[in-house]
Design a protein around this ligand. Structure first.
Ligand SMILES: Cc1cc2nc3c(=O)[nH]c(=O)nc-3n(C[C@H](O)[C@H](O)[C@H](O)COP(=O)(O)OP(=O)(O)OC[C@H]3O[C@@H](n4cnc5c(N)ncnc54)[C@H](O)[C@@H]3O)c2cc1C
Length: 502
């Protein structure tokens, strides 16, 4: 396994294709360092013996120990550990750990490439191609990002009906050596600091959309790929440093006449599998969310409790109610992910059919619980910000800048006038409000909330997944029985009765 130093050294050798605010930058540009330190935590923590079970796994391909972020889930325990590793690492950086897209994309393609080959009866080698790619990904302990979201143009038109044929990434040409792709993926987190980019479809596809059914992997600096990057750093601190300074980036990934050799292609035209691939990545990603969002909840709870303490209102009953609300959302999100792991199996739910075996035997978390947890806790981000805003008062919005606290003309007076709780040092109180300013009033906080709400799919996508997979009919029959109506069935939901009927 690599170290954080090896990872950064690897990035320093990559070609320059990152455009930031009008010019080209290196991957190791100072602006990207907060993000590199955030992802770097996944290397530092995996190297600690006490984290071996959580942060590493044994590869089913090579039998070697690998970083869990490159692993294919072999059983329920792997799903539980991925959730717990994600929560633990996100706590350590005080937010998103930035490495889940690679593991979620890999687990989706691992299954879909197998099924696509099966239907093609040996005409394609997608799964073997992917296993070769994965072996290197695991051995070299690489960072992967997952480029799913297309620009999508007119939301009311499907890919092949768009006036701009490149509104979804598509196969422009097929040659004997590979495919040529064109299009743009947007909002792709950590693409600017990833070694490898996994590309897969964003929605269900029809036969006429077959050129949009494409999955492949290329290095982040591949010929024919440009990245336009936004970098989300907090305001730098000079005098009053934070314990940890997190960072994140997102890219527009522009593929122009980009050639991808067959050994890096995992789907090329199999439209039915394109849709499943889109859903499976979203499913694995929503499962990751059941680890990261509870960690963010842990941080928000700590901030809410400290805001109340600094204001010396922590014994008031309304504070208890607000803390209870934060705990309930956080732990319900975690519980949903835990249940999704525990009910995980090598099967997917096909609406109208039920669970069907899927893929070569790796474990897929339960869809209902992944979607329920992601939707409930994702929609709560604005309410959580409201609670923090409520408990802090207006202080975070206008808190003076650092240098006014070190300026002899103003520093003493500022400590005197920002002090609230008599039992906490004024320096600690000031440092707390600086953190809360980062969390509530910075540009990064706004981006973070939008990411938490839409990342992994907007709430409507989870609601569609839940309602197409949840069987309401037996519930109606049960209620008809309870009401004394015709067509009722007392055992409509009883698992024992269901089995007997079969
Ligand atoms: C910070 C951040 C990080 C992200 N990271 C990644 C990443 O790493 N990889 C990745 O692939 N994606 C990433 N995403 C993208 C994320 O998955 C999308 O934002 C999400 O799926 C919503 O898509 P959209 O932004 O295009 O919204 P839109 O599709 O533009 O949605 C806007 C509104 O239109 C509605 N709408 C859209 N289409 C229809 C329709 N056909 N019928 C009815 N209503 C419709 C939606 O429900 C929504 O209300 C990230 C997003 C953010 C904000």
């Amino acid at each position: 396994m690599r170290t954080k130093k090896d990872y950064i050294k690897g990035l320093s050798k990559m070609k320059r294709n990152l455009y930031y605010d009008g010019h080209l930058i290196d991957r190791t540009d100072e602006l990207q360092m907060d993000c590199l330190n955030t992802i770097g935590t996944t290397y530092d923590e995996a190297a600690k013996p006490e984290n071996q079970d959580l942060c590493t796994a044994i590869s089913h391909l090579t039998g070697e120990r690998i970083n869990r972020f490159t692993h294919i889930h072999q059983n329920k325990e792997d799903l539980h550990r991925k959730q717990d590793m994600t929560r633990m690492l996100c706590q350590k950086v005080g937010g998103c750990i930035q490495r889940c897209m690679g593991i979620d994309g890999s687990n989706a393609i691992y299954n879909v490439s197998f099924e696509a080959d099966k239907v093609k009866k040996g005409a394609t080698q997608y799964h073997e191609n992917f296993k070769k790619w994965l072996t290197r990904f695991q051995k070299e302990d690489l960072i992967g990002c997952c480029a799913q979201t297309d620009v999508k143009g007119d939301r009311m038109l499907r890919p092949a009906d768009q006036p701009n044929p490149d509104a979804y990434v598509r196969i422009k040409e097929r040659t004997k050596d590979g495919i040529v792709v064109e299009g743009c993926k947007v909002h792709i987190s950590e693409a600017s600091v990833a070694d490898e980019v996994l590309v897969l479809p964003t929605r269900a596809l029809r036969p006429e959309d077959k050129d949009y059914a494409v999955a492949f992997a290329v290095p982040g600096d591949w010929e024919g790929l440009k990245q336009v990057v936004t970098i989300h750093n907090l305001r730098p601190r000079e005098h009053f440093k934070r314990g940890f300074m997190p960072g994140a980036t997102d890219s527009y990934m522009i593929f122009e006449n980009c050639f991808v050799p067959w050994e890096r292609v995992f789907l090329a035209g199999e439209y039915q599998h394109g849709g499943v691939c889109a859903l499976l990545f979203a499913l694995f990603h929503r499962h990751s969310y059941s680890g990261c969002k509870p960690a963010i909840g842990d941080v928000i709870m700590g901030m809410a409790a400290l805001a109340a303490e600094v204001n010396n209102i922590h014994k008031q009953s309304h504070v208890r109610e607000k803390l209870a609300e934060l705990i309930m959302t956080t732990e319900l999100g975690y519980a949903a992910g835990y249940t999704a792991s525990d009910l995980g199996k090598p099967e997917v739910y096909i609406p109208g059919v039920g669970f069907m075996p899927y893929g070569p035997g790796s474990f897929i978390p339960n869809s209902i619980y992944c979607n329920v947890g992601r939707c409930l806790s994702g929609e709560a981000v604005w309410r959580e910000a409201e609670i923090l805003c409520d408990l802090s008062g207006g202080v975070t919005a206008t808190f003076p800048h650092e240098k006014d606290f070190v300026n002899p003309a103003t520093g003493k007076a500022l400590l005197k006038y920002t002090k609230r709780n008599p039992n906490m040092s004024p320096e600690d109180q000031a440092q707390f409000w600086r953190l809360l300013g980062d969390a509530l009033c910075s540009a990064t906080a706004g981006i973070h909330n939008i990411g938490s709400y839409h990342g992994g799919g907007s709430p409507i996508m989870e609601q569609i997944a839940i309602t197409t997979q949840y069987d309401i009919e037996p519930r109606k029959k049960l209620v008809k029985y309870i009401a004394g109506m015709s067509g009722g069935d007392r055992d409509a939901l009883s698992p024992v009765a269901k089995k007997a009927k079969k």
